[in-house]
Design a protein. Structure first.
Length: 534
């Protein structure tokens, strides 16, 4: 993948702007692309899981049944349809059914707390909820949300008759964002098709290939693993249990085309199975969190010959909007890996507080523009107006076509290698007693202490809002770990950056999205749990 500037003027070359490659977007929706595979490869395997593998024809037929049932209850283009998103073939069929009607699917992770589910449904106001267990949800949904059995619809003679257009919303994924409240991100088919074409090139995915999907379907991390295989003619292996990776981490006769994982997943897998990625996959796609060189280096020869991708992107930028391809031999000794170059037909600007592009080599806030940008937030509000803007508002920007832009809130820099480098969140650069503190630097320093297997830091929601640090010991006990960690931090950091509390916990809890969960981890150190605090 290359980035070709639209404007080669000296002024453009001195500003922090990167351009994704211009590429024609097929005049099709995601449903159209799957339908082409149904027509050309009806008997090919499409979705594997706990039950029998479904062929493309079987998946399409089931989608037709659900589409007919949805139409009977009045679902039409522009509607939102919630789906109780277990990782099963019927759920994939339901998502196709919803999109075929021009509606948007709204995946609800069954592991979400009841209060969050209810809040999402109140904000999203879906026309109907589709579930394999409608009885278990009865009475627990907000008023006005009907429930449809995922196995409903005529048994014979139904095939989807797609009416979706590229400007229709394909899915709505909820993210808490900077407000802590669920916000529905609206992603159109055109952006999704653009992303999937780019992702296919990155992974070299073909008709005979497969990939596992163990991420929450309520998280757009799963979009790559789920839909890329099905628009290409390959297959997806749905993994019911996210927390038991051993079945799909076993060596394969034909390795997966790619495995998409978060750094937190990698650390979890290391504690469970120490997988040999050479026997599992051709490509490892890291995403969802900052990728440290030390983590990649720790996997050693088990990555030899495996292609590696650092894949970056907020939900508001259609799953992923930049990528960096590299090999194990090119991994530096320390620091974070680059996040690379933009997706097709998109631009990446680094700007100051006034939205002026910063000089090349200086850090700034990352603003994304072009095909990657989502339509906005469901319902729209002040946050929508603050985050989404016209590309023309990025003052001094070169090129562009008047597209929508999105302010990520991420600090980045374009270094001498010509790649985009992620530095951290603007809201992660916290200020404590007058000092600006990079949370990841506290974590990295703690992990350099002998006996610390992992560490993570966050801003406490208690008291004056100082830092909290969580450390996982390498052995069975970490009795003397807290004083040694504190001694190291006090020797290296200003007093304001030394955490007010240090907890020793047996592991860093990972949530359904594959990211570290500070609140759940903290519970391990509360009275009755396991842990030691300073």
């Amino acid at each position: 993948m290359t980035s070709t500037p639209h404007d080669a003027s000296p002024a453009a070359r001195t500003k922090s702007v990167l351009f994704g490659r211009e590429s024609e977007v097929p005049d099709a929706t995601l449903v159209d692309l799957v339908a082409r595979q149904v027509s050309s490869r009806p008997d090919a395997p499409a979705v594997a899981g706990d039950g029998p593998t479904q062929t493309y024809a079987e998946l399409w037929h089931h989608a037709g049944r659900i589409a007919a049932a949805l139409a009977d209850v009045g679902v039409a283009d522009g509607d939102q349809v919630a789906i109780w998103a277990t990782r099963t073939a019927p759920v994939v069929a339901a998502m196709l059914a919803v999109m075929s009607l021009g509606a948007a699917y709204m995946p609800i992770d069954p592991t979400y707390p009841a209060a969050r589910v209810r809040r999402i449904l109140e904000v999203g106001r879906p026309k109907v909820m589709v579930s394999a267990e409608p009885g278990s949800l009865a009475g627990s949904l907000p008023r006005g949300v009907a429930i449809l059995d995922i196995h409903a619809g005529p048994l014979d003679g139904s095939e989807p008759q797609p009416v979706a257009r590229q400007d229709h919303i394909a899915y709505t994924v909820f993210t808490s964002g900077s407000t802590g409240q669920p916000k529905g991100v609206l992603v159109a088919h055109r952006s999704l098709v653009n992303y999937l074409g780019w992702a296919q090139e990155l992974t070299d995915f073909g008709e005979e290939d497969a990939t596992p999907c163990f991420a929450s379907l309520g998280f757009d991390h799963a979009v790559t693993c789920l839909w890329l295989p099905l628009v290409v003619g390959g297959s997806v292996q749905l993994v019911p249990d996210s927390w038991d990776p051993r079945p799909w981490l076993a060596p394969r006769e034909r390795p997966f085309a790619f495995v998409k994982i978060t750094p937190s997943h990698v650390r979890l897998f290391e504690r469970i199975a120490r997988p040999d990625y050479r026997a599992i996959t051709r490509t490892v796609m890291f995403g969802g969190e900052r990728l440290d060189a030390a983590l990649v280096a720790s996997l050693g020869d088990r990555l030899e010959g495996v292609h590696l991708l650092d894949h970056y992107g907020p939900t508001e930028a259609t799953v992923g909007c930049t990528a960096y391809r590299f090999e194990r031999s090119a991994v530096p000794a320390e620091g974070a890996l680059p996040i690379g170059e933009p997706v097709w037909n998109s631009r990446a600007y680094l700007v100051d507080e006034d939205l002026q592009p910063v000089p090349l080599g200086e850090e700034g806030e990352l603003v994304l523009a072009g095909e990657c940008v989502a339509v906005g937030y469901l319902g729209g509000d002040e946050e929508d107006k603050r985050r989404f803007l016209d590309e023309a508002a990025v003052s001094g920007a070169s090129g562009g076509d008047g597209s929508r832009a999105y302010r990520t809130g991420d600090r980045c820099v374009i270094r001498e290698d010509g790649q985009l480098h992620y530095l951290g969140r603007l809201d992660e650069q916290v200020k404590v007693r007058g000092f600006r503190i990079e949370i990841h630097e506290v974590r990295d320093l703690a992990e350099s202490v002998a006996g610390v297997a992992q560490a993570a830091a966050t801003v406490s929601q208690r008291g004056l809002g100082g830092l909290e640090l969580f450390v996982v010991p390498e052995g069975e006990t970490g009795a003397d770990l807290v004083p040694r960690v504190l001694e190291r931090l006090r020797a290296e950091l200003p007093a304001a950056a030394v955490p007010e509390r240090v907890f020793v916990v047996r592991n860093l809890v990972v949530n359904a999205h594959g990211k570290w969960d500070p609140d759940a981890t903290r519970q391990l150190a509360e009275p009755g749990g396991e842990g030691t605090r300073s």
